[in-house]
Structure formats: structure tokens, C-alpha cells
Ligand binder design. Sequence first.
Ligand code: SF4
Ligand code: SF4
Ligand code: SF4
Length: 576
Amino acid sequence: DEIDNDNNSSLMPREGNVWVEEPRIGVFLCSCSGFMADELDFAGLCQEVSTRPRVVCAEIIDHACTAEGLVDLRRFIGEHELNRIVIGACSVREMERLLDKFAREIGFNPNAFTVVNLKEQCLLPHQAEDRMVKAKAAVLVQAAVTKVYRDLPAVNQTVAVEQRALVVGGGVAGMTTALSLAARGYGVALVEKTDKLGGRLLEAHYTIKGSAPRTFAESLAAEVDENELIEVLSEAQVVGHQGEVGNYTTVVKQGETDHLLHHGVLVVATGAREASTDEYLRGQDERVLTQTELEARLASNPESLQSIHSVVMIQCVGSREPGKREYCSRVCCTHALKNARRLKKENPDIQVTVLYRDLRAYGLYEDYYRAARQEGVLFSPYDLEAKPDVAVSGGKLQVSYNDQVLRRQLTLEPDILVLSTGIEPGDNRQLAATLDLPLDEYGFFAEANSKAALVDFVGEGRYHCGLASAPLHIEETLARSRAAASRAATILARENIQASKYAVLVSTRLCSGCGLCVDACPFGAREINPENNIAEVHYDLCHGCGSCAAVCPNGATQQIGFDKGQMMAMADQLIK
Ligand code: SF4
Ligand code: SF4
Ligand code: SF4
């Protein structure tokens, strides 16, 4: 018989039954454009491993992580009728994600793949030790063959999907995501920590293209308020969260009330803020503004600028600097261009000088840079090693810098100094800890893959967008928010979802009902059934962490892919 491992997905081919088939193992070593093949002697390794029982082919392939690599893999699987695969490549996290999907698409059991990280766990750390690196690669591949030989199919359990989304953050990213999901017919709970929807866009008065972002944010907020599928919880915050893709339970605190929300997907859109600084007399002299403050003044009181003759802007304040924010905030160069041009428009006689390190007006924003130059805005570069110096002398602001064209020190006396301080994440640590989601080194929520999965976290069901992910322009925020909604909809569109492939199995014959697994499970996924005194698994809650399998004294709980026989056989192989 064949196992229908995804009864919700009629487009997926049915998987062969690995339980009853003779193991036919294929070993594939990814050369990574030749980078790994020579260093690790893949040719010798293929020869060595192909002598192992049940290994029917051992091949070097290129770029296992690309569509072309997977086409090769599929061909080998068909030609040799393989039912277990070892892949020697790079990051297991990345490869597993890709291979799970690939396996289901071709009717291959996703648990019958084992990935060995030959790059990060072998080649890179031991590059200087030629003998060691080859020996370690060989032993890791041999151990993986031992493991895959004993692999059993993934747990054949499905859980019903809660067809509702939780979006955290009521700025433009969160609202766009919520509206996009509601337009597909899904209910959304939208959690906002302040008393108002709109986020940072409420502080933005005009874009570089001349549109009105604040009005846009207000119109989105009105749409959200009117949408019956969206429930807004304002002045609220997430305080608890558990569950698995398709079935999460989140506790949202609103005043004294705790709301228990059940949802199938989560989108984090918590935004970010303009960075603060105490450089260049910021906080000591009221003539030193940020770009956001200048924008507010230009929008609300442009007449006050008529008496101003000279403005200096300093770019990259606290950005792209070791020990500070080492990343580029991407939006502050265009923010400066936008404000510089608006100053010139209000008063063409104002002298505007922009001191920059690199002017990152990328793509079509370059046109605005050209326009600013034509309108008389002056641009002068400076180096990180020779940053401008700001002082007050005789009551006047003085900005001194080394002019790289004139090759001499110049001093300007602007009426106001405007700092491009960049974007910094809010304090996401508490939320990230509650949701058990990763932050990157700067404090933004970390994407699963910076090239291929920008709005995903590792694992399905949870996504992020907007400034919670990185500094972005409004258009980019909107695009990523819609992308996050589309990714979330791929889960919500299903009625059932496959349980974690690492979920545990329980032998009713061996379970004594001791309850140790119930105490060990950090996710509340184990429970003793009082009728038969057997510890059952709630597959909607099981993360496949393996804690219960580790404590079970009777070997009644086994984790597929990590059962004791498999682990001991691998250990034998590794210490031979
Ligand atoms: S966008 Fe411009 S000002 Fe902002 S950090 Fe990047 S280079 Fe510096
Ligand atoms: S720890 Fe093992 S024996 Fe004890 S209740 Fe859980 S599954 Fe049964
Ligand atoms: S302890 Fe067991 S039941 Fe609980 S999440 Fe981990 S593997 Fe699943």
C-alpha cells in the first residue's frame, strides 16, 4: 500500500512506503561550483561510500540548492529507484527546507533525506588541516549513510488549520497585511501597542515623489476599521505564544484583559524608529534637527524657514560605523534629498550643503539626486576617518569639514544643521523571546534566507514585514507586506496540515503511563489518556523537540529520524 501523507494536497504525488521497501541509498556530494569537490576529495569519497551495502549510487552534483541541482537529483532518484538519500552540502537548515518541499513534490518521503553540512561543519573550520578535513568529511558521510539506512517515514498525522491570522503591529505594514488577508476572506486579529493605527507614517508628511503618506496611513486605518473581518486590539501587547504552524495560541494583554487568540499564521510588523544620537551637538543646541523634525517643520510651518539662509545636512550619523549601527539605513539619503529639494522649493536662495559618505539614492531615486544638484543643492563627501566637526562660536553654529575637491578645510555657518540618523529597530527582544523568533545582529527580525525567503522565518507559518525586518522605503514595505500576506495565505488556504516531520510516535505496547514525557514536554503536547493510561501526542502542539523521547524510560516514545537504534549506530560509525 502507499501512504497518502498529505490528504489535503491532491496535487502532490503519493509517497512510496519506505517501511516495506528494500533500502536503496543514493549519496550526492555537492561540489558548490567546484569549491568543495577538490578540497574534500569527493571523487575518493564517492568511491569509498559506494562500497557500503545498499548504496546503489554515489555521485558528485553541482548546486544542490538550485532548481538545476534538484533536476539532476530527481533524475538519479528515477534512474536508480532510490528511496533514501544522503546529501553532502552546506547549511542543513537551508537544505532541509528546500528538500522537504522537493520531496513532497516528487512523492519521496521527506524523512528519507539526510543532509550533511560539509561546508560549515567540515571544510571551513578545518581548512588548514588537509588530512583532518578529508577524514572528517568521510566519517560524517558514512554516519549519514548509517542513519538513512534506518530511516522511517515521517509521522503520518495531519492537524486542522485555524483559518485566522494574527498580525502584530498596526503600522502601514501590519494594516496592509491585514487588509490583504481579509480581502482573501480570512479573519485577522491586528494587535497595536499604541492607541492609534498608522505607525511611523503618521509622522511622514510627504514622500520624495510628492505624495502624502500620512493621509495614506489614515485612509488605510479607516479601511481597517470598516473591515468586518479585522479585529483591532489597540493598546495591547503579546505576552504569551505557543503552538505549531496552522495552530497557534497567543495571549494578548489589553489593559487588565487577557485575550486568548487562536490563529493559523502570525505576521510580525512591529516597525522601527528614527535613530537617536548625541553627536554633532544634538540635544545641546536646538538648531540641530533630525530629518524627521525638519520635515515636520517644512510641512507645518514653512514660513519660519524664510529667515533661514543656510542649511547643512550630515549623512550617515551613527550609521555604517564600527561599534554603532554598522548597516546602511537605506532611506536616509533619499530623505535628505527630499528635504533639501523642499527647502529649495520654499526658498530658492537657501544654501543647502549635504555632507555625505556615499549617496545611496539607488535605482530611480538617482533622478532625484540629479534634480537636487540642478536646483543648486551642494554635495560634498567626507570620510569616516575625518568626520565633520560641529561647534558653536559667537552664538553661531559652525560646521568644519575637509573639502575633498578643494583639498582644504572649510567652515560653514548654517542656521540649522540636519542630521540623517538612520533607522534603528525598536526593542524587539521581549517580543522575540515571547514568540521564540530570531533577531539579526542589529535587532531586526531575521529572515530565513536573505535571497530567497525575505518575509519568512525559518519554518512555515510565521512571517515578518515592514521595518520590523529592515529599513525600507514605503513602496518596499508595501511589497513585502503583500508578500507576507501571500505567504500566510498559502497556509490558511489549507484545511489540514502535515504535523512536524520530527513529531514523536508512541508505542502503546511499551508505554507504562509514567507521565515523565508529560512533565518533560515544554509545549504541553503530551497528555495521559485516562481511559488507557497511554501518553498521547497532540500533533498540533508538538514541535518535534525530542525532550519526551529523551526521558522515556521504556523507549515507548521514539522520534522519527532520531530513534535510539539510529543514534547508537551513528555513534558506532563515528567512533570506529
Ligand atoms: S542611506 Fe545614506 S545616509 Fe543613510 S546610512 Fe545609508 S549611506 Fe548613510
Ligand atoms: S515517558 Fe514513556 S513510558 Fe512514560 S508515559 Fe511517556 S511514553 Fe509512556
Ligand atoms: S517534548 Fe515531545 S511531544 Fe513535546 S514538543 Fe517535544 S517532541 Fe513534541
